[in-house]
Write a protein that binds this ligand. Structure first.
Ligand SMILES: Nc1ncnc2c1ncn2[C@@H]1O[C@H](COP(=O)(O)OP(=O)(O)OP(=O)(O)O)[C@@H](O)[C@H]1O
Ligand SMILES: [Mg+2]
Length: 472
């Protein structure tokens, strides 16, 4: 047979096989296909001497990104940059370095103690059932490890531990801190770059050191928490008037410990179930922040009557954070939901986490929420004090928040003349002091007037009684 005829014949055989296969897929009942798949795979593994392990990106449905998957991704990053032809690039660390990882359907070889193995990346794509012009596809990525079955012990033990350990180390090295915020039931993130640090935070040196020590001890106390059987978590309650540095302190904490921040907006959380889901998705080494907790939720309303609470808020809170309409469509997250999350869920989540609540009015919070053990450390941030200011001459009894001080110290001219700033600050302090004196004088005058009025009233009553007595 000449080669041309042979090619024609082979070609027609291939075409027939493909046609038969397509027919089989099209018309063969689904169950039969499944059986066929199953038994063909079994027959294949019977003669195939290699073991394959898949590491899926998501575990538990779409709930959590698998830690193993991301460790493997990092581990393979450095290897794939020399072997794979198609790579994915991601920019990290202050937008300065590029980290490469392998693209889908690439393969990379690795060697461990003389044993050769192969990693491959892939994805399962399943189309959603909805009828639409743009059907949503659900991608499930995975890494597949292939090795000879005689190395089973070594690979499943030492090698996988080695991969996870090295992958996690690379992750820490390339780590870029993130600021997460919840929109609906998902977290979205941006790169977290905030210049705040404990050095620049105005506060009494002693208290500041105490907080820094507390944080550092917490972050290195894994063994201690394991030994005493407690979840590795710590709660902080930051309270004080607006502009006294609560948010700044959270940023300083994240910078000190190199943690991510999860800024939880409770008003956007529908109910307790959604809250639980969001919290389960938080990663280790993170700070979970709920700002202005007194305004985010009707926490106190669980135990008091709503009306009383409203009245109280109007008189005490000069700057309510939520408009009234928003109150009406408030989320259904309850105090007990929050308490469960602080106590119950923490214990189930592995890894270190800080939870920080901030509030302007600590007395508004339910005592159950802030008792020791839930919020371990209560930190009051207040007006610039003698120590924080280090300038006793002018401060006196004036109440000035660090935010106001910072505003006066901002450069006022292009040349950044420090004298102008200081003069502005001193002027403001003096004015604040004068105002305080005037206010005190006015108050004293009011008091005097009031006591004179009371005295006159008393005298009038006495006079009337004397008259009555003399008449009788
Ligand atoms: N203790 C402080 N040390 C240094 N800067 C501060 C301090 N407190 C406030 N500031 C400055 O004041 C500004 C406002 O502070 P911040 O947002 O931290 O206040 P806050 O207590 O969170 O207020 P709010 O209760 O309104 O949220 C920031 O720009 C910060 O730089
Ligand atoms: Mg704030």
């Amino acid at each position: 047979m000449n080669p041309a005829d042979m090619f024609t014949q082979v070609g027609s055989v291939i075409a027939s096989v493909m046609f038969a296969w397509a027919m089989f897929k099209q018309y063969c009942p689904y169950r039969l296909q499944e059986y066929f798949d199953k038994y063909s795979k079994r027959a294949f593994t019977f003669v195939y001497p290699y073991i394959q392990i898949s590491f899926n990106e998501f575990t538990g449905g779409r709930f959590m990104r698998s830690e193993a998957y991301s460790a493997i991704e990092n581990y393979l990053g450095s290897r794939s940059s020399t072997q794979a032809k198609r790579l994915k690039a991601d920019v990290v660390k202050n937008s300065q370095s590029v980290v490469l990882s392998m693209d889908d359907y690439e393969e990379v070889d690795d060697e461990f103690q003389g044993v050769k193995l192969r990693w491959a990346s892939g994805k399962h794509i399943s189309k959603s059932q909805s009828v639409s012009f743009y059907p949503e596809t659900d991608e499930k990525k995975y890494y597949k490890l292939t090795f000879h079955k005689r190395h089973r012990q070594l690979i499943l033990g030492d090698y996988l531990n080695h991969v996870l350990k090295e992958g996690n180390e690379i992750k820490v090295r390339n780590r870029q801190r993130k600021l997460y915020t919840n929109s609906g039931s998902y977290w979205r993130h941006v790169v977290f770059q905030h210049p705040a640090s404990f050095e620049t935070l105005a506060m009494e040196a002693e208290r500041k050191q105490e907080i820094v020590d507390d944080l550092v001890i917490f972050s290195t106390a894994e063994d201690f928490y394991a030994r005493i059987g407690r979840a590795w978590k710590r709660g902080y309650l930051l309270f004080g008037p607006p502009g006294t540095g609560k948010s700044t302190m959270i940023a300083a904490m994240a910078n000190l410990l190199n943690y991510d921040i999860y800024d939880l907006e409770l008003t956007a959380v529908k109910d307790n179930t959604e809250l639980r889901k969001l919290l389960m998705e938080t990663t280790t080494r993170s700070i979970i922040v709920i700002e202005d907790i007194d305004c985010s939720l009707d926490l106190t309303g669980q135990r008091k009557k709503k009306k009383e609470e409203e009245g109280e808020r109007d008189e005490k809170d000069p700057k309510p954070k939520l408009p009234k309409e928003e109150d009406s469509k408030q989320s259904q997250v309850t105090l007990s939901g929050i308490l469960n999350f602080v106590d119950g869920l923490w214990s189930a989540c592995r890894g270190e986490r800080l939870i920080v609540f901030t509030t302007n009015f600590v007395e508004k919070l339910d005592p159950a929420l802030i008792r020791k053990g839930r919020m371990d450390k209560h930190i009051e941030l207040s007006y610039c004090s003698f120590e924080a200011f280090q300038n006793p001459g002018v401060v006196g009894e004036t109440k000035m928040t660090p935010a106001e001080v910072a505003e006066h110290l901002m450069p006022k001219t292009i040349t950044g003349d420090a004298k102008v700033c200081l003069e502005s600050l001193i002027g403001a302090l003096e004015k604040a002091k004068e105002d305080a004196i005037l206010k005190a004088e006015e108050e004293a005058k009011e008091k005097e007037k009031e006591s004179a009025r009371l005295k006159a009233e008393e005298e009038a009553i006495g006079e009337r009684e004397r008259e009555r007595e003399s008449k009788s």
